[in-house]
Design a protein around this ligand. Structure first.
Ligand code: ACO
Length: 427
C-alpha cells in the first residue's frame, strides 16, 4: 500500500498499517501495537532525539548532507552577502523579507526599546567583578520577566510582539553591560544614530570620545556573524526554548533557559572552547600530537562535528571569508595558522573523514571575535544575542501550532521494582 508502513508484531502475529507523512510516522500511531489488553503500547526509544521530529516548522531548512541552510527559503550565503541582521531577524520572525517601510518601522521600534530599566543595571552590578558574562546575560534576561509581568499573556499576539521587540532590542544592551561590568568600565547608553550592530560596538567599546564611530568593515563583519547565528532549527537551545515555552512560561524565562542551554561547550560554548584549545595547542608543530590525542579518545576537536551537518557547515565557509576581511583591518590572529593546520590534517585523516566530521560555525568565529577585541568569555554571549531572534520565532511558531502541547517525553523505567521501606536499623 502506498505511503504506509506495514508492521508485523511477532509476539501476536498481528499486522498494523501506519501512515507515512512527510517522511515520518507518528509515534502515537505505534501505541495501537499491544501484546495484550494491559500492554501500554509500543513507544520509541530515542535518547538525545536523534531521529525524532518534535514539530513542523516553516522557519529554517537544513540539508546536512549537502551543506544547505535556508532561512524561510533564502540561502544563508545570499543573506550573508546582501542582508543585514535586523532584516534577517524580521524575515525569520515574520516569514517574508520586509518592504522598505516595514524595515524602517521595525528598525525604529527596535531602536526605541534598547534602553534597560535602571533597576536592571543595579541588578547587574550585584555580580562578582569576574563573573562570566554568559552567566550575567542569562540571569539578567530571566530577571526581565519581573520587570514586564504583562509578558505572561502569551496568547495575546500584540503582547507577544511587544516582548519580541523588547528582547531583540535589549539583548545587545545586556550583553554590552555584562562585558563592561566584567572589566570594571562604566555602562554606555545606547546611541540611536547608529545601526543595531554599530550601537552594540558603541556600548561595548566607547571610551571618552564624544561620539563612537564603529569601523564599517568590523561593523559589517559582526553583522554577518549575527546573520549566520540567527537560527538553526531544533538545536539544543531552541528545543529548550520550545520546551520551556510549552509550559506557557513567559518568553524572558524561556529565553533565559535557552541561553543556559547555549552556554555548554558542546553547543554555543564551543567557540570559547575552540579558542582555549588553540591556545593550549600553542603552535602548528604541536597539531599532529593533538590530533593523535583526540583520535585516542582523549578530548574532542572543538569546533568540529555536528549533529546535522555531515559535510562542510555552510556557515563555516562564509566565516572563513569574513575572517580575511576582519584580519585585513585588525591584523592576523596568530592562532589562525594552528586552526588552518588542524583543519587541513583533520580533513585528510580517516578518523574524521569516516565520521564525517567537518568544521562547524564555531571553528573560526572565535578567531574573528578575538581579533575584534572581544574577550573569549564573551563569545557565547554574542551567539545568544543573534540567536534570540531564532528562539523567539520558534517560540511564536510553537504557540500558534495547534499540534503542540506541553513537552513531556516518556521514559523506559529501569530502576528497582516496588519494594517496602527498610528501617534504618535493618539496612
Ligand atoms: N572530535 C573528535 N571526535 C568527534 C567529534 C569531535 N569534535 N565530534 C564527534 N566525534 C566522534 C565521536 O567520538 C563519535 O565517534 P565514535 O562513533 O567512534 O564513538 C562520532 O564522532 C559521532 O559523534 P557523536 O558524539 O555521536 O555525534 P553527535 O551528533 O552526538 O555530536 C557534537 C555532535 C556535539 C557537535 C559533536 O560533534 C561535538 O562534541 N563537537 C565538538 C563540540 C562543538 O564543536 N560543538 C558545536 C556544535 S555547533 C553549535 O552548536 C553551534
Amino acid at each position: 500500500m502506498a505511503d504506509t508502513l506495514t508492521i508485523t508484531d511477532n509476539r501476536t502475529g498481528k499486522t498494523y498499517q501506519v501512515p507515512i507523512e512527510s517522511g515520518s510516522i507518528k509515534a502515537m500511531d505505534l501505541r495501537q501495537i499491544k501484546a495484550g489488553a494491559d500492554d501500554f503500547g509500543l513507544m520509541t526509544y530515542d535518547p538525545a532525539f536523534q531521529n525524532t521530529a518534535a514539530c513542523r516548522s516553516k522557519i529554517t531548512y537544513i540539508d546536512g548532507d549537502k551543506g544547505i541552510l535556508l532561512y524561510r527559503g533564502y540561502p544563508i550565503d545570499q543573506l550573508a552577502e546582501d542582508s543585514t541582521f535586523l532584516e534577517t531577524a524580521y524575515l525569520i520572525l515574520f516569514g517574508e523579507l520586509p518592504k522598505a517601510g516595514e524595515l524602517d518601522e521595525w528598525t525604529r521600534k527596535i531602536t526605541m526599546h534598547t534602553m534597560l530599566h535602571e533597576n536592571i543595571k543595579k541588578f547587574m552590578e550585584g555580580f562578582q567583578y569576574d563573573a562570566h558574562p554568559m552567566g550575567i546575560f542569562l540571569s539578567t534576561v530571566g530577571a526581565l520577566s519581573t520587570i514586564y509581568p504583562d509578558a505572561k499573556k502569551i496568547h495575546d499576539e500584540d503582547v507577544r510582539r511587544l516582548q519580541i521587540l523588547r528582547l531583540i532590542a535589549k539583548v545587545p544592551s545586556i550583553a554590552a553591560y555584562a562585558y563592561r561590568h566584567s572589566i570594571g568600565r562604566p555602562y554606555i547608553y545606547p546611541d540611536n544614530d547608529l545601526s543595531f550592530t554599530g550601537n552594540f560596538l558603541n556600548m561595548l567599546f566607547k571610551m571618552t570620545e564624544l561620539k563612537y564611530r564603529p569601523h564599517p568593515v568590523l561593523e559589517r563583519a559582526l553583522d554577518i556573524l549575527f546573520i549566520l547565528h540567527a537560527d538553526h532549527e531544533q538545536n539544543c537551545s531552541t528545543s529548550a526554548m520550545r520546551g520551556i515555552g510549552s509550559s506557557q512560561a513567559d518568553p524572558y524565562s524561556a529565553l533565559a533557559g535557552a541561553a543556559a542551554a547555549l552556554y555548554g561547550p558542546l553547543h554555543g560554548g564551543a567557540n570559547e572552547a575552540v579558542l582555549r584549545m588553540l591556545q593550549e595547542i600553542g603552535s602548528v608543530r604541536n597539531v599532529p600530537a593533538f590530533i593523535q590525542k583526540v583520535k585516542g579518545g582523549d578530548g574532542r576537536l572543538m569546533g568540529f562535528g555536528h549533529r546535522v551537518y555531515k559535510s562542510y557547515d555552510p556557515r563555516a565557509k562564509i566565516i572563513k571569508k569574513t575572517a580575511d576581511q576582519v584580519f585585513s583591518i585588525t591584523g592576523r590572529n596568530p592562532l589562525l595558522d594552528i586552526a588552518l593546520e588542524l583543519e587541513r590534517i583533520a580533513l585528510e585523516d580517516d578518523y574524521f573523514v569516516s565520521r564525517k566530521l567537518y568544521p562547524n560555525v564555531d571553528f573560526y568565529s572565535g578567531l574573528i571575535y578575538q581579533a575584534m577585541g572581544f574577550p573569549v568569555d564573551m563569545f557565547a554571549v554574542l551567539f545568544a544575542m543573534a540567536r534570540t531572534s531564532g528562539w523567539l520565532a520558534q517560540w511564536d511558531e510553537m504557540l500558534r501550532d495547534p499540534d503542540q502541547k506541553i513537552a513531556r517525553p516518556r521514559q523506559l523505567y529501569i530502576g528497582a521494582a516496588r519494594r517496602d521501606y527498610t528501617p534504618m536499623s535493618a539496612r
